[in-house]
Design a protein. Sequence first.
Length: 186
Amino acid sequence: MAGEDGIVSGMAGRYATALFELALESKAVDQVQSDLKAFDALIASSPDLTRLVRSPVFSADDQAKALAAILDKGGIKGIAANCLRVITANRRLFAVSEIIRGFNALVAKHKGEVTAEVTVADKLSDARMDEIRAALKQVTGKDVQIDVTVDPAIIGGLKVKVGSRMVDASLRTKLNSIKFAMKEAR
């Protein structure tokens, strides 16, 4: 079973594992992943949709009606759409982002890929993304998918997390280290 190796756990992990196994059995892993990515992008682009997904104030019926319209508008069909409907009916829509992350982790493991979470202060150019991907491939020995998060609070530099390893080369962390060292020197 896919979930036995500890990649995903908890309630979201059970949904992600079930979805992955169903997609694998149906030979629709790439389609399901594409549909989930589209749904995740819709959530990220709409504060109203984010509120609908996360707020317990909305009834399951309200969420189901809204979800049906969103799935139609987004062109999301098949296994992914059915899974999202089940998640909504079971009042677990609040965990959809975690379920999608778990599904993507299972797909990456199945394909022999590694996912790196990269946090930067500004959007990266394609050339810079390729440099980071090549460096991470050299370190891990595997193909690397990169999830980029833009966080201006880190000021500059970047943070990279691959599995349980993390490298924090952000300017903010360096400045905080200097600040702490100066306090200790007093």
